[in-house]
Design a protein around this ligand. Sequence first.
Ligand code: UDP
Length: 377
Amino acid sequence: MAQRNGSSHGEDTPLVVAVLGAGGFIGTHLVEHLLAAGKYAILGIDLTSEKLSGIEGAAFTFYEADIRQAPALLEQLVRRADVVVDLIAYANPSMYVTEPLEVFDLNFVQNLEIAKLCMAHRKRLIQYSSAEVYGKGTEGGAYAEDTSDSVFGPVHKQRWIYAAGKMLLERVLYAQGVAGNLDCTIIRPFNFIGSRIDYLVPAHAIGGPRVFPHFMSALLTGGPLRLVDGGHVRRAFLHVADANTAFQTILDQPEQTRNQIYNVGNPENDLTIREVALLMIDLYEELTGRRPTSEVVDISGEDFYGVGYEDSSRLPPDIAKLRRLGWAPRHDTRTTFREAMAFYLKGVQEHRRPCKLETEIGAVAGAMPARVPRNTP
Ligand code: UDP
């Protein structure tokens, strides 16, 4: 088992947390959170530091590298860490149908390599999985980690390679834990929302990132908010600040969380995608004082994502298990969306006019100069 767990060990020795995928949406928020706590040494690695601009501190060392091209660096980071946090994954539904093998390689094969390194060096692993492991949608109440079933579509519906890969990874990690080879906790994120999520897209773009950046881009460009298959499916949205406190709860309780799986979501913020579109239109007007010119339009799942797309009809998290460890989400639906939208609208205001073109959206998304200290392998 890992030698050093919890939030600190020894008087002056900070716990070393390696965040793999530190440059992504969840990773940048975790790094910011750990830096603010002031008691961790943080090692980060990602393909790019673009979203880490302005997130810096003496306790944070960032390596800009691809884990697949830099196995020696990856091993060195695991060796130096007390806790390894694995966020490396594609989370982009259109890729699940257009590049299923690439999704499988990164989300399963490469993640398994990371787990093997943690086993070899006896390090605690906190593995981010996905709410999608619950699959298409089953009857009954909210989904619970230790009692709910998973239902995936047929193999030719390639969308499920993402969820099936995540589920298989969970099963291998769990089996290694039961065998006494790995000290691991698995987190299943349910639709986290916040600043720096995914990327903005040009008006009329299809496929690509998750629903929030699509709708945000539409509002910024005056393009349509597209409801896939009517926007009837339900999702429960969690403010990324609540996701950080959930992570902290798990980090701080290594004994209780060993070889356990936790849903991290907010069942109170459960909306249909149509309701999300209407809420974001309303909030846009509240935040800017202007009614958006965007329309809400329908599109089929296959037209939007490609052949092989299927969807989860609902993803309601049962969070009783993490609540028992002392965690509770604090942000309601309106606050969650308002704060995420304010981040993008502030970017537009700094450019002093509404953005219309793809290049301008890019400029807003990367508005801050890159100041994060970089280390090359
Ligand atoms: N969706 C939509 N319009 C968009 C983007 C997504 O209606 O512009 C739908 C998508 O089909 C799914 C839901 O929004 O039903 C949530 O999709 P997302 O990719 O954000 O999250 P996930 O499906 O992984 O929960």
